[in-house]
Design a protein around this ligand. Structure first.
Ligand code: SP5
Ligand code: ZN
Length: 358
C-alpha cells in the first residue's frame, strides 16, 4: 500500500491542553505520527510518497476563507502584539448568546479576541509551526486522493494534525483544517459521484458532519463515544440525520462506555450497510485509534484484532478507499494498530508479532 507522509507535521508541537478541569500535557504530539511511520516503514508492504502542494483552493472549497487567512496570519499577529508565550490559547469564546439580540458586532482585532472567534476549545493551541503543519496535512490527504484517483485501490494518508473536528468556520479538537472533508469535496467535484465517509475515530467528527449536513451527495457515517458522556458533547447524537437535501445522509452510531469488539463490529455493520446502499465508488475513512482499550483519554475497549477486522469489513465494500489518520493516543501501540487496520483492508493476515509488551 502507498503511504503519504511528510515530516512537516513535526513543526506543530503543542505542549499543553486543559482537560477535566486541569492543565495537562497535550496528547496530540509529533511522536504519534512518528510511531505510525516507524511501524509502516518496518513492513515492506508499505511504500512512502511525499505530498505535493495543492494550494489553498481545495481548502476554501470547504472552509471559510477568513479562517484560512486567520490561521495563516495568527502567529505573526500574536508576536506583533508583544505576546511571548510559545503557545496561543483562547481565553474568551464568542458563544452566540454573548451577543444575543445585539447583532454580530465587530470582528475582534486582538489575537485573543480573534482566537476566541475561531477556536472552540482549550485542547488546540497554536504554536509557531502550526500553520505549515496543518497545510502539510491537507497536502498529505489530497496526495493520497490523487493516488486513489490514479488507480490505487486503497491509500493511506498519515495526516497530522488531524482534521475531523474542524468545521466550515471554526476549529478545535486538535484539528485545524478538515483533511477528510477537503478530500471528500475535491473527490465529489472531480468525479461528479456521491462520496461516503466512514469515521471510526472515538470522537464524533462534528466538523465533517457540519460541513456536509445539508448535502445529499455525501454520506457521513460515524461510530463514536456517545456525546452524552464524550467530547465533543454538542454533536454526534443518533437523531442527527441531516437537513434538507442531506436528510438521511448522516448516520451517527453512538457507543456505550467499555464497548467491546463484538458490539463495535455489530454497529460497524449497520454503518457499512448504509454505505453499501449509498452510491459512488469511493470511500473516505477517518481512522482514529482512540477506540483502543488502552487509550489514555477514551473509554471503549477495542483490541488490535478489531482494527484488522474493521479494515477487512471496510474493504469488503469493494470501493476505492482513502484512509486518513485522525486520533489515537496510546502511542506504544498506535503504529501497530494502524498497520493492522491497513493489513485488514489489503486482505493481509493479522500480525501481532511487532506489538510491544508495555
Ligand atoms: C482528533 C481527536 O481525537 N481529537 C480529540 C480531541 C479531544 N479533546 C480533549 C477532550 C477532553 C476530554 N477529556 C476526557 C478525559 C476522560 N478522563
Ligand atoms: Zn478522537
Amino acid at each position: 500500500m502507498r503511504v503519504v507522509y511528510s515530516p512537516q507535521h513535526t513543526s506543530h508541537d503543542p505542549e499543553h491542553e486543559v482537560s477535566d478541569g486541569r492543565p495537562i500535557m497535550n496528547y496530540e504530539v509529533p511522536e504519534r505520527a512518528e510511531a505510525i511511520r516507524i511501524s509502516l516503514g518496518a513492513d515492506d508492504g508499505f511504500t512512502f510518497d511525499e505530498p505535493t502542494e495543492h494550494g489553498a483552493e481545495p481548502i476554501t472549497a470547504v472552509h471559510d476563507p477568513s479562517m484560512l487567512a486567520y490561521l495563516e496570519g495568527s502567529w505573526a499577529d500574536w508576536l506583533a502584539w508583544g505576546q511571548t508565550a510559545r503557545e496561543m490559547f483562547p481565553d474568551t469564546f464568542s458563544l452566540p448568546a454573548l451577543r444575543e439580540g445585539m447583532g454580530p458586532g465587530r470582528e475582534p482585532r486582538t489575537p485573543l479576541g480573534r482566537i476566541g472567534r475561531w477556536c472552540f476549545d482549550m485542547a488546540t493551541p497554536m504554536v509557531e509551526g502550526t500553520y505549515p503543519a496543518a497545510r502539510g496535512a491537507v497536502d498529505v490527504a489530497l496526495t493520497a486522493m490523487d493516488l486513489a484517483l490514479g488507480g490505487e485501490r486503497a491509500v493511506y494518508g498519515l495526516c497530522r494534525p488531524p482534521g475531523h473536528h474542524a468545521a466550515r468556520a471554526v476549529f478545535g479538537g486538535y484539528c485545524f483544517f478538515n483533511n477528510a472533508a477537503i478530500v471528500t469535496e475535491e473527490l465529489a467535484r472531480r468525479t461528479g459521484e456521491p462520496v461516503a465517509i466512514l469515521d471510526v475515530d472515538y470522537h464524533h467528527g462534528n466538523g465533517t458532519q457540519q460541513i456536509f449536513y445539508g448535502r445529499g451527495d455525501v454520506l457521513y457515517v460515524s461510530l463514536h463515544g456517545d456525546p452524552d458522556r464524550a467530547y465533543p458533547y454538542f454533536a454526534g447524537f443518533a437523531e442527527e440525520t441531516g437537513a434538507g437535501a442531506g436528510e438521511h445522509a448522516n448516520l451517527n452510531l453512538p457507543l456505550p462506555e467499555a464497548c467491546s469488539n463484538e458490539e463495535y463490529l455489530a454497529n460497524l455493520d449497520r454503518g457499512l450497510e448504509a454505505i453499501a446502499a449509498f452510491g459512488g465508488s469511493t470511500l473516505v475513512v477517518s481512522l482514529g485509534i482512540d477506540t483502543y482499550g488502552r487509550d489514555p483519554i477514551c473509554d471503549l475497549a477495542l483490541t488490535t484484532e478489531a482494527y484488522h477486522e474493521v479494515g477487512r469489513r471496510a474493504a469488503a465494500l469493494g470501493r476505492t478507499t482513502i484512509v486518513l489518520q485522525e486520533g489515537g493516543y496510546f502511542v506504544p501501540h498506535l503504529g501497530e494498530n494502524v498497520r493492522n487496520w491497513l493489513l485488514g483492508i489489503e486482505g493481509r493476515e493479522l500480525d501481532l508479532s511487532a506489538l510491544p509488551e508495555v
